[in-house]
Design a protein around this ligand. Structure first.
Ligand code: BGC
Length: 749
């Protein structure tokens, strides 16, 4: 572009910004206090708010999580907020309308981070943004990006990793993708929202250092690199104060230090003191309740809240509204490109699947494999995603059975119908046994179908090999019970018996993990020949897995968290509500604080020693380390070069595909710091890079870059970030425990 053209473009952008600003200032000057407060308190929930104009717009998008209040007299439309960590969550059908409004169910957050591929995640975000804008949503409530502090957190599936750098970078990519479509993204739940038990009121008691280095860090990266239009505060308290009422967090740090200039909104019904939320810089209360409005008005009237705070939040919300698709006059076309998005989810899910074991090249299947014995209820009732607000109402899901059939394999129809009957019966029994409320909140899974020796032997005689799928799901409101981590007796018996009978006949067994989060693997992983972790891979799941099994795709996912021997090995386990039996500790209501440990409050005594930072520093044996994942090919790292330029350190690595098939490799850069001022983990991830698809024999260079400031620890005594002087160790690895190259570099000042 020529300089004169560039000048005109910049001028045009400035003019639009100025005119939007003066329009907003004029509106603020002319709004009554009541109107301003109406804008701060969402219009989504109570009948009182649902006047005709709101009612009409709400009907436009059934299933939205919330909306803002419209004002006809100022030409301010309502804008729509839809959940979306794995796709847009709206009602697929509408009363009196034959059309359907299905959205694509993309893979869960944990699978997206397992790709370690920012570009791929940005494409997924972009597709979600396209569906949002087509259906008329203005803000997508995602990404979910809390740290996997403990494997049993019920919402880990929506989140990315136990590491803040991976979390932040993947979240930033997702945000950029969504916002390319003009829709706003809303990373959540800011911050330290690491358990569902008593999620509305739990007090996370965390050191400032752990907050800064672990629990805020991902959000900081996402804000700086993704520039989200919104951010959602979490329900919990941090050190005694609800996050949405914390001015230090929502204003001083978020806006002052990080430069965030968007709208901060509460989680749904979050916070106890609306006036303090507005004072703190939590601009929008969702979905919006009458008493919240009254409380803000009363605080202004009796002088506890300065109207200027209200004006500030009103300006931010109006800026969001006028720059939203609806604010710009866009009309939903209700025609997202669902076919193109099905292809995107299918490919993403295979790229984020992790090959944990592959003895004697069991995978991909050789050309002699035609008939497959398919065991495990989840093979037939495949799980696309978790439950709660992170759910997506998609048009179809592809099971393992269907995926294998689509790829041309045959599966015994008699076994398939036995499983179908068992699943139907056990689902009916489960639903009858639980209260309707519980049934509505969690997706009840069938228990495993018991298999007799003769059933398995008959399958063995008919098949070339066996696949066993093990499934786990979880969702909002509940943490996973400890039993969910381990295999049930029936599951273990199935794995043992199938492996024994098939191996005796010289046939191989593959275990597919269709899971929401970490499970126990160390006691049984020696049994099957191969293990493929496919997480909850979205609506095309069965096809994505078949693409990997058949060799059409080569797995290149790596673990975004550690698979420990047992969850009790986590340092956080002492302070996590494992199998908490207290009454009223979950669902949506706040409970009276009775000072119960791990319920009313949780001490994050482990500090920064979360995940591999703990396991690797203390040399604790694990089942699979952070960053681990195999491929159908092998990679060699060479020609490693470290270049320091002012504050930047760049490590370049030559990666060569030394195997026989094309594949992608994720290279990880860890740094070990000197232990002068504070205790540091032996290594921390500072950068990662993924190669493009490399053909056998081909090489490429990847560059891993970080700033020296990224080496800083948060020094609580001085309340600031400090980079220690001394010798630092650079480690280039294929996982946190497969370090291929180390080098030292010094920081002097
Ligand atoms: C969840 C949020 C979600 C909101 C709106 C809350 O219960 O915690 O993640 O965005 O509901 O559905």
């Amino acid at each position: 572009m020529s300089y004169s053209k560039l000048f005109f473009v910049i001028m045009a952008i400035c003019m639009v910004t100025i005119s939007c600003k003066s329009k907003i200032d004029k509106i603020v000057d002319n709004m009554t206090l009541e109107e301003k407060v109406d804008l701060l308190v969402g219009a989504g929930n109570e009948s009182r708010w649902v006047n005709d104009s709101v009612n009409n717009v709400l009907k436009l998008l059934p299933g939205v999580a919330g909306c803002t209040t419209p004002f006809e007299r100022f030409g301010i439309p309502a804008i729509y907020l839809c959940d979306g960590p794995a796709g847009v969550n709206i009602e697929p059908t509408r009363e009196g309308d034959d059309a359907t409004y299905y959205c694509t169910h993309f893979p869960i957050g944990t699978l997206l981070s397992s790709t370690w591929n920012d570009e791929l995640v940005q494409n997924v975000g972009n597709a979600i943004g396209e569906e949002a804008v087509s259906y008329g949503a203005d803000v997508v409530l995602g990404p979910g990006m809390n740290i996997h502090r403990h494997p049993l957190n019920g919402r880990n599936f929506e989140y990315y990793s136990e590491d803040p750098v991976l979390t932040g970078k993947i979240a930033a990519a997702y945000i950029r993708g969504i916002q390319q479509q003009g829709v706003g993204a809303c990373p959540k739940h800011f911050a330290a929202n690491n358990q569902e038990t008593n999620r509305m009121s739990n007090d996370a008691r965390v050191s400032e250092r752990a907050l800064r280095e672990i629990y805020y860090k991902g959000f900081e990266i996402a804000v700086k690199e993704g520039n989200p239009k919104c951010l959602m505060t979490s329900y919990n308290k941090i050190n005694g104060v609800s996050v949405s009422e914390h001015r230090d967090i929502c204003t001083d740090m978020l806006r002052g230090e990080w430069g965030f200039d968007g709208v901060v909104m509460s989680d749904w019904y979050g916070g106890d003191h609306p006036d303090q939320q507005i004072w703190a810089g939590n601009d929008l209360l969702q979905p919006g309740l009458t008493w919240q409005k009254d409380s803000i008005l009363a605080a202004v009237k009796d002088g506890r809240l300065d109207e200027e705070h209200i004006n500030t939040s009103v300006r931010r919300i109006l800026n969001l509204v006028f720059n939203s698709p609806r604010g710009k006059g866009m009309v939903p076309n209700n025609k997202p490109d669902l076919d193109a998005h099905a292809a995107i989810t299918r490919q993403s899910a295979s790229e984020g699947s992790i090959l944990l074991k592959n003895d004697n090249q069991t995978l991909p299947f050789s050309s002699s494999v035609k008939n497959i014995a398919l065991f495990g209820c989840d093979s037939y009732d495949f799980i696309p995603g978790g439950s709660g607000s992170g759910e997506v109402r998609c048009a179809y899901t592809v099971s393992m059975l269907e995926g294998l059939q689509n790829a041309g394999y045959s599966v015994d129809p008699v076994l398939a119908s036995q499983y179908a009957a068992f699943i139907e019966k056990s689902k009916a029994a489960n639903t009858a046994a639980v209260t309707p409320r519980f049934a509505e909140l969690t997706r009840i899974r069938p228990d495993e179908m018991p298999l007799s020796e003769s059933d398995i032997s008959a399958q063995q005689a008919r098949s070339d090999m066996a696949i066993i799928t093990l499934g786990r799901t979880s969702g909002e409101y509940y943490d996973r019970p400890s039993a969910d981590f381990r295999l049930s007796d029936a599951e273990l018996a199935m794995v043992q018996d199938v492996c024994r009978i098939f191996h005796a006949a010289g046939k191989k067994v593959v275990v597919v993990l269709n899971i929401c989060g970490v499970i126990e693997t160390s006691s049984w992983k020696h049994l099957p020949d191969a293990i493929l972790c496919v997480w909850l891979p979205g609506q095309e799941g069965g096809n994505s897995v078949a693409d990997l099994l058949s060799g059409k795709e080569n797995p290149s996912g790596k673990l975004p968290m550690t698979f420990p021997i047992d969850f009790v090995d986590h340092a956080s386990n002492v302070n996590f509500p494992v199998d908490q039996k207290s009454e009223n500790v979950s669902v949506v209501l706040r409970r009276k604080d009775i000072g119960e440990r791990n319920v009313d409050y949780t001490n994050y005594d482990e500090g920064i020693f979360v995940g591999y930072r703990w396991f690797d520093t203390r040399n604790v044996e694990v089942s699979y380390p952070f960053g681990f994942g195999l491929s159908y090919t092998t990679f060699d790292y060479s020609d490693i070069e470290v270049v320091e330029k002012r504050d930047k350190v760049t490590v370049s690595v030559k990666v060569t595909n030394t195997g026989k098939v094309s594949g992608k490799e994720v290279v990880q850069l860890y740094v070990g710091a000197p232990q002068n001022v504070v205790e540091k983990p032996v290594k921390e991830l500072k950068a990662y890079a993924k190669t493009s698809l490399l053909e056998p024999g081909k090489s490429t260079f990847v560059k891993l870059t970080f700033n020296k400031q990224d080496l800083a620890s948060f020094c609580e005594k001085d309340n600031k970030w400090v980079v220690d002087n001394g010798s630092y160790k650079l480690m280039v690895g294929a996982s946190s425990r497969d370090i291929r190259f180390t080098s030292d570099f010094a920081v002097t000042k």
